[in-house]
Design a protein around this ligand. Structure first.
Ligand code: DAH
Length: 357
């Protein structure tokens, strides 16, 4: 028994891995192992011999099992140590350069505009870019004979002769979302809708796809004064100057009455724009009081409710704020341009944290 004990304890001590350990276990205490075979001999012994040999064999078996378990856990610890050494990672290394990808000025300005209007209680609404001519025109008080339809350079969707669905267009402005929002939420209402719009036009300041943001506020006693305050507040925050001055110039849009175009006091010096000073005026948006027919088309009673609306070019105000000269470059996907005019991806615009830096 002493021989068996010495032999197996030594083998266990030198076992290189779990497989070797398992082989030792089978040979020693497995069903046909040496210790088990010895135990089977107990039956042939005299009771006196058995009284000594029985407990001694049991103790040997326990001792071998304990040694196996201890070695097994020692092997596992060693394997873990080995892994920790080989998979070591220096988490204090510096990160990669920050401006690998950038936020496009259109996305940046959309976020800025959204942050400003959110502060004034406007939520963001959306509508489809392919819309019916009813939403894009008729519901906005632009009937089919109206000259505004021709002026818009509309892209019409192709129609098969047999197609009896209403005609669809690529929306020429974000104004159809006014109607969809009124239908969906009713009055009172305060929304902006930023998004892409389409017109067949192409030069330094026009691309066939560009971006607008629509604004709509409907309530019982909304007036031009509210419109003026909201737009001033917006310009002050957006252009990041305290002394903005706006000029309302009488104009005409079919969907507003009265209608105004809004100009911003500014100066141009050596090709740089300064907002809030100087003797120049720059047009930045169209707006007015929502036409009763438009409220009606949206399912809102014009005898009970009134509202203001405005529409502004996102790309245009992005060009003004960030001094970008050519609109066409917005959509060229030229990496050099994107690196130059793009914004750091983690600087999310907020009014408290700063809109841009
Ligand atoms: N939809 C007009 C355009 O695309 C812009 C506009 C003007 C929108 C006046 C309005 C508005 O909501 O009241 O040119």
């Amino acid at each position: 028994m002493d021989e068996l004990k010495a032999k197996y304890l030594e083998q266990i001590a030198y076992a290189a891995d779990e497989a070797a350990l398992e082989a030792i276990r089978v040979a020693a205490v497995g069903k046909k192992g040496e210790v088990s075979l010895q135990m089977r001999q107990l039956g042939k012994m005299t009771p006196e011999e058995r009284q000594v040999a029985g407990p001694a064999l049991n103790a040997l078996k326990d001792e071998i099992n304990a040694a196996l378990a201890a070695k097994k856990s020692a092997l596992a610890d060693a394997a873990l140590d080995e892994r920790l050494k080989s998979e070591w990672l220096d988490v204090t290394l510096p990160t990669r350069a920050r401006r690998e990808g950038t936020i496009h000025p259109v996305s940046q300005v959309t976020e800025e505009v959204t942050a400003i209007f959110a502060e004034m209680g406007f939520s963001v609404a959306e509508g489809p870019r392919i819309d019916t001519d009813w939403y894009n025109f008729d519901a906005l008080n632009i009937p089919s004979h109206h000259p505004a339809r021709a002026e818009m350079d509309t892209f019409y969707m192709h129609r098969a002769e047999s197609d009896d669905r209403p005609p669809h267009v690529l929306r020429t402005h974000t104004s159809p979302v006014q109607i969809r929002s009124m239908e969906k939420s009713g009055a009172p209402l305060r929304i902006i809708c930023p998004g892409g719009v389409y017109r067949a036009d192409y030069d330094q300041t026009h691309t066939p796809m560009f971006h607008q943001v629509e604004g709509l506020a409907v309530d019982r006693d909304i007036s031009m004064a509210n419109l003026k305050w909201v737009l001033e507040e917006f310009c002050r925050a957006f252009f990041e100057v305290d002394n903005v001055e706006l000029r309302f110039r009488a104009s005409h849009f079919p969907f507003t009455e009265p209608s105004v175009e809004v100009d911003l006091r500014c100066s141009w010096q050596d090709g740089t724009l300064k907002v809030g000073e100087g003797d120049d005026w720059m047009e930045i948006l169209g707006s007015g009081m929502v036409h009763p027919k438009v409220l009606q088309a949206g399912g809102i009673d014009p005898d009970e409710w009134q509202g203001f609306a405005f529409g502004m070019g996102i790309d245009r105000i992005a060009m003004l704020k960030y001094g970008i000269p050519d609109l066409r470059a917005f959509f060229d996907s030229d990496l050099r341009w994107l690196r130059h005019y793009g914004f750091a991806s983690l600087d999310v615009p907020t009014l408290r944290g700063g809109l841009s830096r």
